[in-house]
Design a protein around this ligand. Structure first.
Ligand code: SAM
Length: 669
C-alpha cells in the first residue's frame, strides 16, 4: 500500500485563516469591519464594561445579597469579544461563590477563536477567566452553544440574528446588557421588536444597562415597560441609559403542552436517575454540578454495560442537507461534547480528536455533500477534501474524497460515563434493577422486584429500551436497532491510519492495538450474541470503504470466525430525534387535549397534566456521544427552571409529548 508519509501534503490543502474575518485593528483596538464601529471604548474597554453593565445593573449589591444556590440570569445582545462576560464572571466569583450564574448572549457574527484570543489578550487581569473560555471556544457555527465552566457558571451563546433568536429564547433574565453596535449603525439590534422582546424575557424588577443614550432606544425601552434613567456615561461619555422593568408583560402565547411544568419549585434537591449509560450519567452529572444529590440506579455491575459500552464511540455527525431541528441538535450537541472533552473531563487515553473523513462513497452521497457545502457552515466544522488530501490526512490510500471533520474523533463512552458519575454527590446503586415507579406524597418511589430502592422528588428515566417498561413511559415509540462491531488486530501497516474513515460504516485508528470496525444495523433484533455473518458484513464494508486498508488488515479479516466483537442495541425513534424532557400522564393528556382530534389548530390553554418531577432522556440512537451530554443540561434546565440550552423549536422537537400530540392530531389515540 502506498502510505502517505506525512501530513504536510494534506496541510498544503487545508484551510487556514490568514487574516481576521471580522476585525480591523486600529491603534491596537478591534473595530468591526462590517459595522465600522468599536467593540468597546477605545479609552478603557474593561473599565467601561464594569461601569456601564456591572455597576449600572447594580450587580455587586444584588449578587452579595444572593442566598446560596440562588440563580441569576444575565441576557446580552451581542457577545462580541466576550469582555462583558468575563468581567461579569470575575465579579460573580468575588460576590456570589455559592450561587449559579447563567449568561445568555445573542451574537450574529461570532468572532473566530483567533480573533477572540487576540482581543482578550488586551486584558491580562482577566487571565484565568479568559483562559477558561478560550480552552473551550472554537469558531462557532450557527446555532446554540452551551459552555459549562465550573458548574456555577454557564454561558449560552445563541448564534443567529437577534430577530430570529429572541422568539426562540425560553428564559427570564434578571439583568440585561444591551450592547449592539451604535443604534445609528445597527438599527436592527435596537428595533422596537427587539426591545419589546427584552421586556418579554424579563420579570418585574429586571434591570438593563446600555452605553447608548440614543433617544429612540430610550423611548423604545419605555414603551416596552421599563422605567428608564439617564445616568453619567463612562469616561468622557456624557450619558448612558439604565432602567428597571416596572411590570412584566403578559407572556407571549405558547402551546400549553410545550410550556414548562410550572407547578414544581424544588427545595429538596434529591433526584434518582435510572440507567447508567450516557443519557443517565450525563443527567446525573448536570444535576450534581448544581449541587443536587443523585442516586444513580443501574441494573448491571458496571456503568455503560449496554449501548454505551463500545470501546471507541465515534464522535461524528451526519448532517442533514436541510436546516431541520435534528441538524440543529446534532451541531449543538457535537460542539457541546467537544467542549466537554476540552475541559478535560477524560484522561488522554480515553479520547482522541484525530479527525474524521466522511467519504463521498457514491453518487447520492456526493450530491448530499455538495448540498451541504453550499450552505453557510464554518470550515472549522468540516470542509471538502479530494482523494489526495483524504489519503494524506488519513495516512492510507483512499480512492475518494469527501468531507473532513477536523475535530471528529473517538471517545471511550464507558470512560465518559464513569467521569460523569465521578462526583461525591452521586451515589451509585449498581446491580439494582428499577422496575416500577409509585407516587407517594410529593416523591416518586422506585421499586425493584421485592422492595423499594429509593425515593426522591425528581426521577429521570434514562434506561434506553427498558424506558418503556414503566407505566409513565409506555407510550414512547422506541425502535431498537442491533449493531455489531468487529475488533481487528492492528498490523504494522494499518498503524498508519490516523483518522476515522466513514462511509456506510466506519473504521477507527487502532486503540491499544485494535481497530474498531462497524457497525451493522439490524432492526427489531434485540439479541446481543456475536455473529460471524455480521463480522463478514463489516469486513465487506471495509473492503468498499478503504480497499488498501482492507488489504493490509488481510490476516485479520481472512478469518471472521476468530474475530472478537461487540453487539449492542441502539434505541431510536420514528423521527430519529431523541426524547428529552418532562413527562405527562398520557391518558389525561388525551382527555385534556382530545378536541385536537377534530381540529388540530385549536389553541387550548389548559395546562398539561404533568407527572410532577418525572423526566426522560432516551432514543439517542447511535448519536449518544453527541446528544446525551447536552440532554443532561436540557433536563437540568427544566428541573431548575434555568434558561434552555437550545432554541424553543428544538426543545419542542425532542419533547416527549410530541408523540401524544401527533397521535391525537392523526386521530390514532
Ligand atoms: N458585548 C460585547 C463584548 O463584551 O465584547 C461587545 C458587543 S459589540 C459592541 C456588538 C455585537 O453585536 C457584535 O459582536 C455584533 O456582531 C453583534 N450583532 C450586530 N448585529 C447583530 C444582530 N442583528 N443580531 C445579533 N448580533 C448582532
Amino acid at each position: 500500500m502506498a502510505h502517505i508519509k506525512s501530513r504536510k501534503a494534506a496541510l498544503r490543502y487545508s484551510w487556514h485563516m490568514t487574516e481576521s474575518m471580522h476585525l480591523d485593528w486600529q491603534d491596537g483596538q478591534p473595530v468591526s469591519r462590517r459595522f465600522g464601529d468599536v467593540y468597546f471604548s477605545r479609552a478603557s474597554g474593561i473599565e467601561e464594561a464594569r461601569h456601564v453593565f456591572l455597576h449600572h445593573n447594580h450587580l455587586e449589591e444584588r449578587w452579595r445579597a444572593l442566598p446560596a444556590r440562588a440563580r441569576f440570569v444575565i441576557g446580552e445582545t451581542g457577545f462580541g469579544t466576550g469582555l462583558n462576560f468575563l468581567c461579569a464572571w470575575q465579579l460573580w466569583n468575588e460576590c456570589a461563590p455559592d450561587a449559579i450564574l447563567h449568561y445568555v448572549s445573542i451574537e450574529k457574527y461570532p468572532l473566530t477563536a483567533d480573533e477572540l484570543a487576540q482581543t482578550l489578550s488586551l486584558w491580562p487581569q482577566l487571565g484565568p477567566w479568559r483562559d477558561a473560555l478560550l480552552a473551550q471556544y472554537r469558531d462557532l457555527p450557527p446555532g446554540w452553544h452551551r459552555f459549562v465552566f465550573d458548574g456555577r457558571v454557564t454561558l449560552t451563546i445563541a448564534v443567529g440574528d437577534i430577530a430570529e433568536v429572541m422568539p426562540q429564547l425560553d428564559m427570564q433574565a434578571d439583568a440585561w446588557f444591551l450592547d449592539g453596535f451604535a443604534p445609528a449603525r445597527n438599527p436592527e439590534m435596537w428595533s422596537a421588536n427587539t426591545l419589546d422582546a427584552i421586556a418579554h424575557h424579563s420579570h418585574t424588577g429586571s434591570t438593563f444597562a446600555t452605553y447608548t443614550a440614543a433617544g429612540e432606544v430610550r423611548r423604545g425601552l419605555q414603551a416596552a415597560g421599563f422605567i428608564v434613567e439617564r445616568v453619567k456615561g463612562h469616561g468622557s461619555k456624557r450619558e448612558m441609559l439604565r432602567g428597571t422593568l416596572q411590570r412584566a408583560p403578559i407572556p407571549a402565547r405558547k402551546a400549553a403542552w410545550y410550556r414548562r411544568p410550572s407547578t414544581l419549585q424544588h427545595t429538596d434537591h434529591r433526584a434518582i436517575v435510572i440507567g447508567g449509560g450516557l443519557a443517565g450519567t450525563s443527567a446525573a452529572a448536570s444535576l450534581a454540578a448544581r449541587a443536587w444529590h443523585v442516586t444513580l440506579i443501574e441494573r448491571h455491575a458496571t456503568l455503560a454495560a449496554e449501548a454505551s459500552g463500545n470501546p471507541q464511540g465515534i464522535l461524528y455527525t451526519r448532517l442533514a442537507t436541510q436546516p431541520t431541528p435534528l441538524r440543529s441538535l446534532v451541531v449543538s450537541g457535537y460542539c457541546h461534547t467537544l467542549r466537554l472533552l476540552r475541559r478535560g473531563v477524560l484522561s488522554n487515553d480515553d479520547w482522541r480528536l484525530c479527525g474524521l473523513l466522511q467519504l463521498a462513497s457514491d453518487e447520492d452521497e456526493t450530491a448530499r455533500q455538495r448540498k451541504l457545502l453550499e450552505q453557510n457552515f464554518s470550515s472549522s466544522l468540516f470542509r471538502t477534501v479530494n482523494s489526495i488530501e483524504a489519503s494524506a490526512l488519513s495516512g492510507v490510500q483512499l480512492a475518494r474524497g469527501g468531507l473532513y471533520f477536523p475535530d471528529g474523533g473517538w471517545v471511550d463512552p464507558a470512560a465518559l460515563c464513569r467521569a460523569f458519575s465521578n462526583d461525591p454527590r452521586i451515589t451509585l446503586r449498581l446491580e439494582t434493577e428499577a422496575l416500577r415507579l409509585q407516587r407517594v406524597g410529593s416523591e416518586w418511589e422506585v421499586h425493584g422486584a421485592n422492595a423499594s430502592i429509593a425515593s426522591a422528588p425528581v426521577v429521570i428515566i434514562a434506561g434506553a429500551r427498558d424506558t418503556t417498561n414503566f407505566e409513565a413511559t409506555q407510550y414512547l415509540p422506541l425502535k431498537t436497532i442491533r449493531g455489531q462491531l468487529s475488533l481487528l488486530p492492528q498490523t504494522p501497516d494499518s498503524a498508519q491510519l490516523r483518522t476515522i474513515v466513514c462511509g456506510e460504516g466506519y473504521v477507527a485508528p487502532a486503540r491499544d492495538g485494535v481497530h474498531t470496525l462497524g457497525a451493522t444495523h439490524k432492526f427489531r433484533d434485540t439479541a446481543i450474541d456475536i455473529r460471524v455473518e455480521e463480522h463478514r458484513e463489516n469486513i465487506s464494508m471495509l473492503n468498499t470503504l478503504a480497499p488498501a486498508l482492507y488489504e493490509v488488515l488481510h490476516a485479520a479479516v481472512r478469518d471472521a470466525d476468530t474475530l472478537h466483537g461487540r453487539a449492542g442495541i441502539r434505541v431510536s425513534t420514528p423521527d430519529y430525534l431523541p426524547i428529552v424532557g418532562p413527562l405527562v400522564d398520557a391518558a389525561a393528556f388525551a382527555n385534556v387535549y382530545g378536541d385536537l382530534r377534530h381540529d388540530a389548530t385549536l389553541d387550548l390553554d389548559t395546562p398539561a397534566p404533568w407527572l410532577p418531577g418525572l423526566y426522560v432522556s432516551t432514543g439517542h440512537g447511535s448519536r449518544g456521544l453527541i446528544t446525551a451530554p447536552l440532554a443532561g443540561e436540557i433536563l437540568a434546565s427544566y428541573i431548575g427552571k434555568e434558561p434552555a440550552p437550545l432554541c424553543a423549536q428544538v426543545m419542542q422537537a425532542i419533547h416527549p409529548s410530541r408523540f401524544l400530540l401527533r397521535g391525537l392530531i392523526r386521530g390514532e389515540t
